[in-house]
Design a protein around this ligand. Structure first.
Ligand SMILES: [Cu+2]
Length: 66
């Protein structure tokens, strides 16, 4: 299980959008996003470049912290 921290989410809609964006990345599955902490956990079926993940989150309107 891997995890990232997402900045900019404010409601359940954001959680859904971020979950969808992450889940759409090739190689990622079982995405769980926690609104309170901003932490998204997921599994990598194939290795995924952190830049690809950050880009997907950014495209959805949020930012990956760290
Ligand atoms: Cu929202």
């Amino acid at each position: 299980m891997k995890s990232i921290k997402i900045k900019g989410m404010s409601c359940q809609h954001c959680v859904m959008a971020a979950t969808k964006a992450l889940g759409a990345v090739d190689g990622i599955k079982n995405v769980q996003v926690d609104l309170k902490t901003g932490v998204a956990t997921y599994e990598e079926v194939n290795p995924v470049d952190a830049k690809v993940i950050a880009a997907a989150i950014k495209k959805a309107g949020y930012d990956v912290v760290g």
